[in-house]
Ligand binder design. Sequence first.
Ligand SMILES: [Zn+2]
Length: 410
Amino acid sequence: MPFAIEATDGSARAGRLTFRRTAPRKDGLHAGAESETSCFTTPRKDGLRPAAGRATPGAESDASSITIDTPVFMPVGTQATVKAITQEDLEEIGFRLILGNTYHLYLRPGEDVIREAGGIHNFMSWPFAVLTDSGGYQAFSLSENVKLADHGVIFRSHLDGSEHLFSPERTVAIQRAIGSDIMMPIDDCAPYPADEKRLKESLVRTHRWLAECKQHWLRDPRHQKLFGISQGGVNAALRAESARAVSDLDLPGYAIGGLSVGEPLEHFVPSLGAAIEHLPQHKPRYVMGVGTIPEILNGVELGVDMYDCVLPTRNARNGQVFTSTGKVNLRNLKHARSDDAIDGECGCKVCKKYSLGYIRHLHKQSEILGLMLSTYHNLYFMYGFMKNMRNAIIAGKFAEYRAHWLGIFK
Ligand SMILES: [Zn+2]
């Protein structure tokens, strides 16, 4: 996966990821490399859905690739939708990379439905990039009677109790059917706290499964890129060992898993730092499931490029918004008669049009519009926060930027 680092400020990096995707063939078979002509269809100016796999007539110049500025925050689209916001609004804000959850998509609507729709991009009318997790972590946290075996994770669906297996081969096959641009390998994410024996066991399994995932991925890689995941809990020596082991597999990008799983914040930075030091400089780095403002600032300072987290969208639905002066709880009585915007400094269309008092009322009445307006604002805030951080890195002012935001979001 082409990844160019454009500027650095200390260890913080401003980079650019490039994705290319081959158009699906009408007969459902994978198109050969020679037919790699139309990939990311530029959305039509008239707002209509482009035909599946076709370059849009009159599309802007380079319809065959998409670039994503890093550091990047990926909104979480668990069920092939980022909750309470449309694809048009995600695009309007500027997002070009979102996350989907394999566990959920596998159970509903199922890999066959998505494959037959031409992949997740066609299914959800999102022509830009998608990253999917392996499903393993969610099988562990959401399903019933979960068993960790040497050949994979055996679990019962939280929906109907049916039994399933996520093995390295199956999770690659499911993500191939989904057609995401970045696929993640199944790993063994030890809980926090875990003793050294359990962490070592997690490393052995994670590394073996990754090697198996790589084999299955390489049989039919298509447009998809497989990242490696390193583990190691809060043990710096094991973090380093795992990062070295996954780097040896020479994959398109690398993730640091098993952080933000309940460990105290003072363990987060040293554990992340111990892993980063042993990952290759020229590949994208992704810290999974991480995305509070302080975590992102600390991650970028160490040289992490990619983040995902449900907090901006989940908090928005619970009535908490992020602003230039910190978090605001919309449901607070003191906002009842407010004619101000959520954030006077915010340029988003919600803040331009609707008052805090009105949005508070919507939340108090559990109106759907309240969830939509606060989700839009929070994602607009996150996009701007990342973009301005990138500009600060390029300008050599990341330390000031970090200090400013750490003063606001403690
Ligand atoms: Zn706003």
